[in-house]
Design a protein around this ligand. Structure first.
Ligand SMILES: NC(=O)c1ccc[n+]([C@@H]2O[C@H](COP(=O)([O-])OP(=O)(O)OC[C@H]3O[C@@H](n4cnc5c(N)ncnc54)[C@H](OP(=O)(O)O)[C@@H]3O)[C@@H](O)[C@H]2O)c1
Length: 326
């Protein structure tokens, strides 16, 4: 089968389209004939082996799994002996490591049947990004109607879903994005938009409120004191991500500091590490089939042009998700 493979960590130049053996599913796994695969920063991290601490799990000298890709949507080709929920021919979506390939193995517990009204491309745009937004806006961060929510990095993969979900919960949403992203972020449901190059969240030329009940932080590495200044006294901050930081820890230290500080302050400060699970995929299936959540696919690239798609991601400014078609 054809697959996007890399033999060493590095830039998108390392990604090669090659013929390799088709994977064989284990007892609790499904072999998926991939039709489309989502592309986001997680692929960049797997490709570069950055931050360096991630290599403890990914492989110290080179990636343990040489095939790139994380999310996928396609048809079940075969199932392992312990899989009872899926059968060959079913259309599925979810977490399929090595999804930039014609076939990928996936744990049955991290898959669900594809929403019937979505294309494979749209379904592949959901898993990690939409599950992360869903998990970010849960617990004390689930906004009540009328509450103020700030989504930092609102035009990207996680941000677009966070804006849609917070709006659906009845919140008044302010989205932070780069120049040119405002119309897209408003189209996802935001009432206010802040261009991070024109004015920052604590001031500048924008009409948004200055204290938020919930902040979902996906980008920009703003220091915790800056975020806490615009968070309501009993509000919840969820640190989801943000590129940059040190070579070893990347952007991870801010989230850890937030979690350590949280017990000692009135505000709730959370660090999110999202997990792929069927119950959340089923919630996304329900939301998309009811028209409450719409996956925005900015652009699709054929498998052979995956390296160019990753370069697009690195240059920034995708509106929603990039998707590889297989
Ligand atoms: N915690 C978890 O479990 C988890 C799960 C998934 C992803 N993540 C992480 O979450 C982050 C976001 O992922 P994503 O898929 O949404 O990435 P993405 O699609 O690349 O989106 C990034 C967004 O951030 C905006 N942005 C860039 N610089 C900014 C700044 N200084 N201030 C405010 N906004 C800025 C971008 O706008 P422009 O393009 O206009 O600049 C874009 O809207 C990544 O770091 C990713 O690794 C974490």
């Amino acid at each position: 089968m054809k697959a996007i493979v890399q033999d060493a960590y590095g830039s998108a130049d390392r990604l090669e389209l090659r013929d390799i053996d088709r994977p064989v599913p284990r007892d609790d796994e499904v072999l998926v004939e991939i039709r489309a695969a989502g592309l986001g920063p997680e692929v960049w991290h797997l490709m570069t082996g950055r931050p360096l601490m991630a290599r403890v799990a990914l492989g110290l000298r080179k990636p343990k799994n040489p095939v790139r890709g994380w999310d996928g949507a396609g048809r079940v080709e075969s199932v392992g002996s312990k899989v009872t929920d899926f059968k060959p021919g079913d259309e599925v979506f979810g977490n399929c490591e090595g999804s930039f390939a014609e076939y990928a193995r996936a744990k049955a517990s991290k898959l669900a049947h594809k929403p019937v009204n979505l294309t494979f491309e749209q379904a592949a745009a959901l898993p990690v990004s939409a599950m992360t937004a869903l998990q970010a806006l849960s617990g004390t961060a689930r906004p009540r109607p009328g509450q103020q929510v700030l989504v930092i990095g609102a035009s990207g993969g996680v941000g677009c879903y966070a804006v849609q979900l917070a709006t659906m919960y009845g919140a008044e949403v302010t989205g932070v994005c780069g120049p040119g992203g405002a119309d897209f972020v408003r189209s996802q449901g935001a009432a206010h938009v802040i261009d991070y190059t024109a004015g920052d969240i604590t001031g500048g030329p924008h009409d948004s409120p200055r204290r938020y009940d919930v902040i979902v932080d996906n980008a920009g590495q703003r220091p915790l004191p800056v975020l806490r200044r615009v968070l309501a006294p009993r509000g919840t901050l969820v640190i989801v991500g943000g590129e940059g930081g040190t070579a070893f820890f990347g952007g991870l230290t801010r989230g850890l500091r937030a979690a350590l500080l949280s017990p000692f302050v009135g505000q709730n400060l959370r660090n999110l590490v999202s997990t792929a699970r069927r119950e959340d995929l089923l919630a996304l299936k329900d939301l998309t089939e009811n028209g409450k959540l719409v996956p925005p696919v900015d652009r699709t690239y054929p498998l052979a042009e995956t390296a160019e798609a990753v370069r697009h991601l690195e240059r920034g400014h995708p509106r929603g998700k990039l998707v590889i078609t297989v």
